[in-house]
Write a protein that binds this ligand. Sequence first.
Ligand code: AMP
Length: 411
Amino acid sequence: MSFKDLHIIKPLLRAVADSGYDEPTLIQQRCIPHILEKKDMVASAQTGTGKTAAYALPILQILFDKQDAPKRGKKIRALIVSPTRELASQINDNFKTYAKFTNLRSAVIFGGTSIEPQIDILKKGIDILIATPGRLLDLHKQDYINLDYIETFVLDEADLMLDMGFIDDVKKIERLCPEERQTLLFSATIPYKVEQLASTILNNPIRVDVTPSKSVANAISQVLYYVPKRNKIELCLHLLRNTVIGNILIFRRTKFGVDKLEKTLLKNGYKVDSIHGDKTQSDRQTALNKFKNGYVKILIATDVAARGIDINELDSVINFDLPNIPDTYIHRIGRTGRAGNIGTAYSLCSADEKSYIKKIQESINIQIPIEEDHPYPLDPKAKPIVHKKQGSKYKKGRKGAGAKKKKKRWY
Ligand code: AMP
């Protein structure tokens, strides 16, 4: 199937060809015809499947077809709400790329950065607005944004939006849009709370499921290293020196862990940067740009900071800490092996993470090959350290044996 078969108009076909796309991805094939028919839609698809173009192209086409309407450029006619600033900027970049042979204008607004330049752009007039919820409501309250003319409302990464606590904001935004409109909801996963939201804000939606969460792209090779927790940094350095190639995204669970690993890698002479929630927007954007431009080869990130970011030609992902939720593992490794490239995901698993890897393997239905040939093997009998609960039989036993109650010491 070609984009022409999807009845995409010429200016968009040119932009798509310029982007080097030969044919529509599966999600594009499934979504574009329905969106062009102005149907509501709930689509489950992860970043990396081509989902942004799946809604951006038909939205641009609908707006372009009605371009001689006097509203053009004066009223915001499409609104895309995204949970993170990085994803919002990326969506705007996509819109700009696909709209370059049209006269349609888009802009992005998000918090954590100066409001004035965003107000200036809004004053000039745009057709499509991409926004994070907080800044959108803020600028709406200040009367710089009018949502009365929205024809299509898109919620992207809806599951993350709810995880980040944006549910009330999303509902407020939805109420500010006209009732007569098209609504599209994209989400990597469709848990119950996303279903619930969909049932309140969408009207008889078409359901498209392209990437069931169990599917892991075949283009990703996975490898598992069992390692004592205390040796993870050494193993990571060993892998960076001997095994892992290209540009590398390393995931850590906490901001503290990200900072700690960054310092160690810098000390060892690696060019590295990091993103997490405590960094300013401009630091995060700079880090991302440096990584995308190849100035640094290693980026360390927490899950929330990295979610939704599209980094082309990512060669390797290292799961320094394993996530306790299988879907998070799938999102992480989905960053590599895109667009026909082969990528590798390396997972470092300590004794206390064995239950996580078990759940992950059950979820993806794959036994991840184990690499035993490395200098820091985990003793197969190693048991996770279990912190004894208050009132456990051990404690009772000690008390019973006449153990003195220890005085609490505050360090
Ligand atoms: P997304 O899932 O929207 O984040 O897209 C992931 C990547 O796929 C982006 O780098 C897009 O530029 C790229 N992409 C989107 N559509 C296509 C296509 N039809 N063929 C090849 N690459 C595409």
